[in-house]
Design a protein around this ligand. Structure first.
Ligand code: CO
Length: 283
């Protein structure tokens, strides 16, 4: 399923990366820093400053964790490339964000389906320094722990359309906060500027009923007004909303199903790679 395995950490949480891996990080970091200017939301940019990620070498988790702990009490937890859904939610419920420590190979510098350490640290960690967003993800984890496998499938949609591929309004402009976008050069441009994509106001009922595909540029993005909007939906009442979404059924997909259609579209409720689905990184 994946050619990657997480790199081992030593007793203190450090990982030994070789020169090619460090160069891969430096290349991805420089390229993406340029692209997100004027496109990423201000909380994300502030988070990048708070984290102070290494720009030359793959950052080490103990360094990232010091900054995260000071900001919001979050941590990044090194995990194997594949973890079960249960463990994913349990970690979030402890304010630990799972990350596999491998970085993509040079052959996959522009396309990678699995979330690698660049995606996790550059994409996800800056916003975990924002108190409201950090609490939203924490509550998401706690609700996920208690959810049934079917309910988790719908919670995964929320994660997908917000944490991974969310847009936000900022001073009458649309900006990016989703990690799946911010770690992908092509999607960073596409999500904001391409006419083929639709951008709609975030609506919980609609997001819950919207299927998605992991391996394409997203046909539709949901735009929130503020992180408070996310925080406000993430409580017990979301389970009622999920039940309503199940009763009403899904909207027709905005994408072509892969063949055979019944085996495509979404994740298995039992397995995932460090995020509720595999992710697409077309860089
Ligand atoms: Co992710």
């Amino acid at each position: 399923m994946t050619q990657y395995t997480a790199k081992a950490t030593d007793g203190a949480g450090w990982v030994r990366y070789d020169d090619i891996e460090d160069d891969t990080w430096a290349f991805l970091y420089a390229r993406q820093m340029e692209l997100i200017k004027g496109r990423a939301c201000q909380e994300y940019e502030q988070g990048l400053r708070v984290l102070g990620l290494n720009d030359k070498q793959v950052p080490q988790l103990p360094d990232v964790n010091r900054a995260l702990m000071n900001a919001t009490g979050w941590q990044v937890e090194a995990v194997p490339a594949l973890i079960p859904f249960q463990q994913f939610f349990e970690l979030l419920a402890e304010r630990k964000f799972p990350a596999a420590t491998f970085i993509r190979t040079p052959l996959e510098i522009d396309y990678l389906q699995e979330p690698d350490i660049f995606h996790e640290l550059f994409g996800h960690c800056p916003l975990l320094t924002d108190p409201v967003f950090a609490d939203f993800v924490h509550n998401y984890g706690k609700l996920g722990v208690a959810a049934s496998p079917v309910q988790r499938r719908y919670l995964a949609r929320i994660f997908w359309f917000t944490v991974e591929f969310g847009l936000i309004k900022e001073n009458n402009q649309t900006r990016i906060y989703g990690a799946g976008i911010l770690s992908s050069p092509s999607e960073t441009r596409y999500a904001l500027e391409d006419e083929r994509a639709s951008r709609v106001e975030f609506n919980l009922a609609r997001a819950l009923r919207t299927p998605y595909r992991i391996d394409i540029l997203q046909p539709q993005y949901f735009v929130i007004d503020s992180f408070n909007e996310l925080f406000d939906i993430m409580n017990e009442s979301i389970m009622d909303k999920i039940d309503e979404a199940i009763a009403l059924g899904d909207y027709a997909p905005l994408f072509q199903a892969k063949k055979p259609p019944q085996q495509e579209v979404e994740l298995s409720p039992e397995k995932l790679i460090t995020s509720p689905t595999f992710e697409r990184h077309d860089c």
